[in-house]
Design a protein around this ligand. Structure first.
Ligand code: GSH
Length: 211
C-alpha cells in the first residue's frame, strides 16, 4: 500500500510521521508548510477541508483521512498492527488516544498559545497550565507499573509521545514524573520514532531528559 502523507513538523503531524515509520509503510511525503499558509491552499483543502495537518490518502483504498487520532486507528486497522488484539487492551488504547485528542493535545496547544506572549492573559495561561499538570499527573498514574500506556507498545503511545516531547516548552519538568520520564525515554530510543521525529527536519533529535 502507498500512502500520501500530508504533514509538517508539528506534534500532531509527528504522530503519523512516527506511525508510518513504525509500520514501515511506503509513503509519499507532501510537506504542508503551515507557517506559509499552505494548509489553506485550494489543492490542500481538497485533501483536508479542515485546513490542518496531518492528513493522508490511501492509494489502494482511495480513503482520505484527517484528524491524527483517526489516522492512527485507520493505519492500525489497515495493517493489523500497533493496537492490542485483546478487546480490553484494545479499548484501553482507544480510550487513551481519545484522551490525548480531546484533553492533553488541545490543553497543551492552548497553553502554548497563551504563553507565546505576555499580553495574551495570565488567567488563560494559569487555567491551561493547571489543567495540563492535572492531565500529566493522570498519565503518570496510568504508567505506574507499566512500560506502555495500554500494556504493549501501541498507537496510544504514538498519539501521546510527540506532545510530551515538547515538555520544555510546556514548562514540564519530567523529573517530577518518574514513570512518564521512563516511558518517554523508552520510546525516544526507538529507531522508528527517531526517523519519524526527524521527518522534514533531517538530523533533529528528540530532547532527552536525564534518566
Ligand atoms: N485535531 C487535529 C489537530 C490538527 C492541528 O491542529 N494541526 C495544526 C498543527 S499541529 C495545524 O495544521 N494548524 C494550521 C492552522 O490551524 O491553520 C489533529 O490531531 O489532526
Amino acid at each position: 500500500m502507498t500512502i500520501d502523507l500530508y504533514t509538517w513538523v508539528t506534534a500532531n503531524s509527528q504522530k503519523v510521521n512516527i506511525a508510518v515509520c513504525e509500520l514501515d509503510l511506503d509513503v509519499d511525503v507532501h510537506p504542508v508548510n503551515i507557517g506559509k499558509g499552505e494548509q489553506r491552499e485550494p489543492a490542500y483543502l481538497k485533501v483536508n477541508p479542515n485546513n490542518k495537518v496531518p492528513a493522508i490518502i490511501d492509494g489502494e483504498t482511495g480513503i482520505r483521512m484527517f484528524e491524527s487520532g483517526a489516522i492512527l486507528m485507520y493505519l492500525a486497522e489497515r495493517t493489523g498492527r500497533l493496537m492490542p488484539e485483546d478487546p480490553a487492551a484494545r479499548w484501553e488504547a482507544t480510550q487513551w488516544i481519545f484522551w490525548q485528542m480531546a484533553g492533553l493535545g488541545p490543553v497543551a496547544g492552548q497553553l502554548n498559545h497563551f504563553s507565546a506572549d505576555e499580553a495574551r492573559g495570565a488567567y488563560a495561561r494559569d487555567r491551561f497550565r493547571t489543567e495540563l499538570q492535572r492531565l500529566v499527573g493522570i498519565l503518570e498514574g496510568q504508567l505506574a507499573g507499566r512500560d506502555y500506556v495500554a500494556g504493549s507498545y501501541s498507537m496510544a503511545d504514538i498519539a501521546l509521545w510527540p506532545g510530551i516531547s515538547r515538555y520544555e516548552r510546556l514548562g514540564l519538568d519530567l523529573g517530577d514524573y518518574p514513570n512518564l520520564r521512563g516511558w518517554y525515554r523508552r520510546i525516544a530510543r526507538r529507531e522508528a520514532v527517531q526517523r519519524g521525529f526527524e521527518m522534514l527536519q533531517p538530523g533533529r533529535r528528540p530532547p532527552l531528559p536525564s534518566a
